[in-house]
Design a protein around this ligand. Structure first.
Ligand code: APR
Length: 245
């Protein structure tokens, strides 16, 4: 690639690097994306952003759990792909490396990443509607369990950020702080349509970071990026791997 020397210097000079991932990085693991393929996911006639909404938790928690257990059943057979493993490898290659994900599939952790800022929660964790006690589920706990909190007897819900809900504030603040301090920001496999996650790329750009996008398609962030790889995450990261010692 003609600008390899420039990219090599960018990676070698980078002391702090942030990576923001979306559903696209898990596509090669067999995890369906939300908006890929020209259509959006529909569940029993409901678009995914309706079934995955705060309103549905209030109105029909059973339906929400049926949707999440359906996704968990798909995910239990999915493994990390090369892109996840390369990012896990990079965790110790930089003075300061921060992995921020919008994904709830846990595949970065499965690939060996030890510190993952999960902006939207984790599909194998649930929390009590009342006292907010959290429960880690095995991916094979399908249907989900427990149904009832053993502390206060209330029902539990997926510990995932749904449409109309706030992100876990401490996780987001850490992600924003790291994005504002990094030299290099990679945005991988996200349509960059959902805020505040997508806004982290803008935070990085304003603070002088070099932005690289990895996505087979253009996104609203493309014009903000210094370099775009119009290819799959594993292909682009395998190419960039040569610049990381
Ligand atoms: N490698 C890299 N990118 C890919 C690949 C791949 N192999 N396959 C698809 N993509 C890209 C698509 O082009 C698309 O831009 O991944 C992106 C996936 O976009 P979405 O499905 O919108 O997923 P994401 O951006 O993570 O959604 C953000 O929206 O639904 C909510 O909370 C949910 O976290 C999610 C958020």
């Amino acid at each position: 690639m003609k600008d390899s020397p420039h990219l090599e210097k960018i990676f070698q000079d980078a002391r702090s690097i942030c990576v923001l991932t979306g559903a696209g990085i898990s596509a090669e693991s067999g995890v369906p994306t939300f908006r890929g393929g020209g259509g959006s996911v529909v569940w029993k006639g409901m678009p995914f952003d309706e079934i995955s909404s705060a309103r549905m938790v209030r109105e029909n928690l059973d339906e929400v759990w049926e949707w999440f257990d359906y996704r968990r059943n798909i995910l239990k057979d999915c493994s990390p792909n090369l892109a996840h493993y390369i990012l896990a490898e990079w965790e110790n290659k930089f003075f300061d490396f921060t992995l921020i994900t919008q994904n709830v599939d846990g595949l970065h952790t499965k690939a060996g990443s030890r510190k993952v800022l999960e902006l939207h929660g984790n599909i194998n964790r649930s929390r009590c509607l009342q006292c907010e006690k959290r429960f880690q589920m095995n991916e094979t706990d399908i249907p989900h369990k427990p149904e009832i909190c053993d502390e206060c007897g209330s029902r539990v819900r997926p510990d995932v950020v749904l449409f109309g809900e706030f992100l876990p504030i401490s996780v987001y603040q850490e992600a924003e702080r790291k994005s504002s301090q990094c030299d290099l920001f990679l945005i991988i496999g996200t349509s960059a349509l959902v805020y505040p996650a997508a806004g982290l790329a803008e935070v990085a750009k304003i603070n002088g970071a070099f932005l690289i996008e990895i996505n087979p398609e253009e996104t609203p962030m493309t014009s903000l990026c210094h370099k775009s790889f119009r290819m799959k995450a594993s292909q682009a990261l395998e190419f960039l791997r040569r610049f990381v010692r």
